[in-house]
Design a protein. Structure first.
Length: 118
């Protein structure tokens, strides 16, 4: 069982930066692939980024590639999403999620709101 708590959201102007954090409970954090997803008002939840359990593999949605960076610190049981050059279309509730490798994401946080003003 993994419990996830996101933080770091807020209001930022276009072109600005934010860093989201996701703190995980449990001693097996290092065994999980971790991901970030987002959901904008009236839209379905979409994939943003993922990092493998080992940290040596990352993948990004085309819409954030080159602007966002996912990382993890297993000593702190935390995964991060550094978001730079933010755009109004990045406005959404951001969720982190955990998955046993090769399985679907089945642990989710409560989400943190990111609002980018133009």
């Amino acid at each position: 069982q993994v419990q996830l708590v996101e933080s770091g959201g807020g209001l930022v102007q276009a072109g600005g930066s934010l860093r989201l954090s996701c703190a995980a409970s449990g001693r097996t954090f290092s065994r999980y692939d971790m991901g970030w997803f987002r959901q904008a008002p009236g839209k379905e939840r979409e994939f943003v980024a993922t990092i493998s359990w080992s940290g040596d593999s990352t993948r990004y949605a085309d819409s954030v590639k080159g602007r966002f960076t996912i990382s993890r610190d297993d000593a702190k049981n935390t995964v991060y999403l550094q978001m730079n050059s933010l755009k109004p279309e990045d406005t959404a509730v951001y969720y982190c999620a955990a998955a046993i490798p090769t399985f679907s994401y089945n642990y989710w946080g409560q989400g943190t709101q990111v609002t980018v003003s133009s």
